[in-house]
Design a protein around this ligand. Structure first.
Ligand code: HEM
Length: 206
């Protein structure tokens, strides 16, 4: 197999695992936006979605897609030079997403081994407890923004449509701001259950 054949397969694999993840992420971000209505609304939506993505076969596929996406994405960076602004945005947003996905999914799986329910409060504890909030607000804000910048850059490279690419990027930035607003109750901060507070204080101090 030549080097370019390997690149073609890696690219195709990255595309398909990306598409699989995109389906989950769309529902997942809608779930995070439900925090604007309140914590109980967020938990009710998550309970409904969990009946699908917590099915062992679906979850195995999802976790495999995460690993595959990160590995193929990192491999693709080395295939050629990226020189246009859109190509650079695609690479840098992808790099941040790789970092975020590893930590985010790692934290969820670790939390579950400790017997924590990784529901609304699992994510909200980091966003509402001082000083961890200084890390978690940019951490989640950039993750949601990076998704939309990654997709916007790909859309621009494929179609040349600046208008739609901008619309995708702006929608993501707006969603990121709304999710932070929902989780922090508009920066008036939310009260956390003791187990979640303890998990964050043990990991981040305070
Ligand atoms: C502000 C944004 C986000 C918040 C508050 C958040 C919160 C959460 C929570 C609470 C879980 C645990 C779900 C459960 O136990 O059922 C979770 C799981 C997960 N999240 Fe996120 N998330 C956010 C953004 C993202 C983004 C941007 C991605 C992808 C790039 C992502 C990918 C995942 C994946 C793959 C899982 C694991 C699902 C599983 O196997 O149970 N999340 N997230």
């Amino acid at each position: 197999m030549t080097k370019s054949t390997v690149t073609v397969y890696t690219k195709a694999g990255h595309y398909w695992s990306g598409l699989t993840l995109a389906v989950y992420i769309s529902f997942h971000l809608f779930n995070q936006l439900a925090s604007l209505v309140g914590e109980h609304a967020h938990i009710a939506v998550m309970q409904a979605f969990r009946s699908v993505y917590r099915h062992p076969a679906v979850e195995a596929l999802l976790l495999a897609a995460v690993a595959f996406q990160v590995i193929t994405g990192l491999l693709l960076i080395f295939t050629r030079r990226r020189s246009t602004p859109a190509e650079k945005i695609q690479v840098y947003s992808g790099l941040y997403l790789s970092f975020f996905l590893l930590f985010h999914v790692g934290a969820v799986l670790y939390g579950r081994t400790l017997g924590l329910d990784t529901n609304f409060y699992f994510a909200a504890a980091g966003l509402n407890i001082h000083p961890a909030t200084f890390f978690f607000i940019p951490y989640y804000f950039f993750a949601v923004s990076a998704i939309s910048l990654h997709v916007a850059a790909i859309h621009y490279i494929k179609t040349g449509s600046l208008r739609w690419s901008r619309a995708i990027a702006v929608t993501g930035l707006l969603a990121a701001a709304l999710i932070i607003t929902g989780f922090t109750n508009g920066f008036r901060w939310r009260h956390m259950p003791p187990a979640n507070e303890q998990f964050i204080r043990q990991s981040f101090g305070g």
